[in-house]
Design a protein around this ligand. Structure first.
Ligand SMILES: [Mn+2]
Length: 244
């Protein structure tokens, strides 16, 4: 049975007509289809009934990359290095993550998704990674393609992520925020050599995995190990779909 994977839409004001549009990059959608899932886009809304309906409809939730998370959501004032935020969008994703988790459905968070899942569950973020430590290296690669890699990530043994990707992997990196305090129910599963938290999973939950890098960018590279992240996620969602 095909799993329905819902990906949250992102507010975009850069369109041709300068009207707000709901967008999701094709690489996320293509990665879901490539892994055998059926992708649907979930437009952000403040309507609680619709959010509940989304959670019921889907078999798995994909939370993609995007803008910064508003620090008020983890009780911090905005730092001068904070970039674009959108409270309606943040509140939508947080509410949806919590609804989906009530139903114990699989969740996969990427970049901003990794960060906002942590905030939704009670964790905090570095508003800019320069605040983290003087050893923090560049995590926003420039003049490189989306599928070019720029740093190494070490994966902790005994984790779901280790089962999927092994001891270490080279990743692409397009973030300036990162997890500061992980939520109590999350465990860190991978770190960069500067200590940056690069992946997490929920310890006491059927399947919730988050990564700070962008595995979807590798969708067109045949046989790339990053495909396994989407394949496993879709398989877990299929198990859910089969129960219906
Ligand atoms: Mn990174």
């Amino acid at each position: 049975m095909t799993a329905i994977i819902g990906a949250t839409s992102h507010p975009d004001l850069t369109g041709k007509y300068a009207m707000m549009t709901h967008t999701v990059s094709d690489t996320y959608i293509s990665s879901v289809f490539r892994a055998g899932g059926t992708a649907v886009i979930l437009p952000f809304t403040a309507d609680e009934d619709s959010i509940r309906k989304y959670a019921e409809m889907i078999d798995g939730l994909l939370v993609p990359g995007g803008i910064d998370v508003n620090p008020l959501l983890y009780n911090e004032e905005p730092h001068p290095l904070l970039e674009t935020t959108n409270m309606t969008f943040d509140r939508f994703e947080i509410a949806l993550i919590r609804e989906v988790m009530k139903l114990k459905k699989p969740v996969f968070g990427i970049c901003r998704g990794h960060q906002i899942i942590n905030v939704a569950l009670g964790g905090t973020l570095w508003q800019d990674m320069s605040l983290q430590s003087p050893e923090t290296f560049r995590h926003r690669q420039v003049e490189m393609g989306r599928a070019a890699v720029s740093h190494k990530v070490s994966i902790w043994p005994g984790t779901l992520l280790h089962e999927i990707l092994g001891d270490e992997i080279m990743v692409n990196s397009f973030h300036h925020q990162a997890i500061k305090k992980p939520a109590d129910c999350l465990r860190i599963t991978a770190q960069a050599s500067d200590g940056t938290i690069e992946a997490a999973e929920a310890a006491d939950y059927p399947y919730l995995l988050t990564v700070q890098w962008h595995p979807e960018s590798f969708v067109d590279i045949s046989g790339h190990p990053m495909h396994r992240l989407f394949e496993r996620f879709v398989q877990e969602a299929e198990k859910y779909a089969a129960q219906k």
